[in-house]
Design a protein around this ligand. Structure first.
Ligand code: DAH
Length: 357
């Protein structure tokens, strides 16, 4: 019995994992284990022998069982220690520096103007940047021979010979989204369409890709007065000033009749721009009453519906509001510039909390 005890306690001490431990348990104290076999031999013993051997075997069985469970607990502790060691985490390390990334001023301006127009009842519509030249020009009352086509410095998509698909362009303005929105939603309609546009032009105030926001409101009783009010509300909210003076200047766009360019009263002092005061005027957008041909091209009856539209340069708005002098820097992806002019990622603009904190 001492041999059995030494053998199994030794094996238990050496067991490396739970599987080994289980194998030992079965061999030692399982139903057909060595201790059980010994117990069966009790029957062949004399009563005196049995009185000594019986309790001794039971004691052996108990001893092996408690050695097994002690070892099992020790193995579990060791496993936990190992896990804690490998999954160790130094919670005293400093966090990553704030503002690893930032929101680009164009994105910020877009979020801000979207929030403002949302309050005014406009939802956001989008269209493709690769646009049919029908949507970009013809549907907007700019036929093939029209000088506006030439003025737009259009990028045409290459077509292989024999490719008869309709010609496509990189959209030169967001105005085609007017057509797509009318086609999709019908009337009445109130949308803004922010997004990238393309023209072959490059200097301090022009880049081949830039951003516009189109506005379109179509209903049965929309007038130029509605346009004026909406634009005034927008400009006040965007530039965060209580009062602004806008000047509507008669102009011409093929897609509006009448058309107006809108200037905002401002002052330039030592290169510092102030909005809403002073003796200067600065042009900020084009607008007008949507031409009946454009409404018809969108699939809406111009005898019943009319509306206004406007187009604003978003990059220009951002330059004015945040005091950024050179448009080209918007697209240089210079991290130092982005850190300087960028906005914190979690500051979502809204009218109640303040647009740009
Ligand atoms: N599409 C014009 C441009 O890119 C801007 C514009 C002017 C849009 C007048 C309009 C509008 O909707 O009514 O220069």
């Amino acid at each position: 019995m001492d041999d059995l005890k030494a053998k199994y306690l030794g094996q238990i001490a050496d067991a490396g994992d739970e599987n080994a431990l289980e194998a030992i348990r079965v061999a030692a104290v399982g139903k057909k284990g060595e201790v059980a076999l010994k117990m069966r031999e009790l029957g062949k013993m004399t009563p005196e022998e049995r009185q000594v051997a019986g309790p001794a075997l039971n004691a052996l069985k108990d001893e092996i069982n408690s050695a097994l469970s002690a070892k099992k607990a020790a193995l579990a502790d060791a496993a936990l220690d190992e896990r804690l060691r490998t999954e160790w985490l130094d919670v005293t390390l400093p966090t990553r520096a704030r503002r690893q990334g930032s929101i680009h001023p164009v994105s910020q301006a877009t979020e801000e103007l979207t929030a403002i127009f949302a309050e005014l009842g406009f939802s956001v519509a989008e269209g493709p940047r690769i646009e049919t030249d029908w949507h970009n020009f013809d549907a907007l009352n700019i036929p093939g021979h029209h000088p506006a086509r030439a003025e737009m410095d259009t990028f045409y998509m290459h077509r292989a010979e024999g490719d008869n698909r309709p010609p496509h362009v990189l959209r030169t303005h967001t105005s085609p989204v007017q057509i797509r929105s009318m086609e999709k939603q019908g009337a009445p309609i109130r949308v803004i369409c922010p997004g990238g546009v393309y023209r072959a032009d490059y200097d301090q105030t022009h880049t081949p890709m830039f951003h516009q926001v189109e506005g379109l409101a179509i209903d049965k009783d929309i007038s130029m007065a509605n346009l004026k009010w909406v634009l005034e509300e927008f400009v006040k909210a965007f530039f965060e000033v209580d009062d602004v003076e806008l000047r509507f200047r008669a102009s011409h766009f093929p897609f509006t009749e009448p058309s107006a360019e809108v200037d905002i009263r401002c002052s330039w002092d030592n290169g510092q721009l102030k909005i809403g005061e002073g003796d200067d005027w600065m042009e900020i957008l084009g607008s007008g009453m949507v031409h009946p041909k454009v409404i018809a091209a969108g699939g809406i009856d111009p005898e019943v519906y009319q509306g206004f539209a406007f187009g604003i340069g978003i990059d220009r708005l951002a330059m004015l509001k945040y005091g950024i002098p050179d448009l080209r820097a918007f697209f240089d992806s210079d991290l130092r510039w982005l850190r300087h002019y960028g906005f914190a990622a979690l500051d979502m603009p809204n009218l109640h909390g303040g647009l740009s904190r």
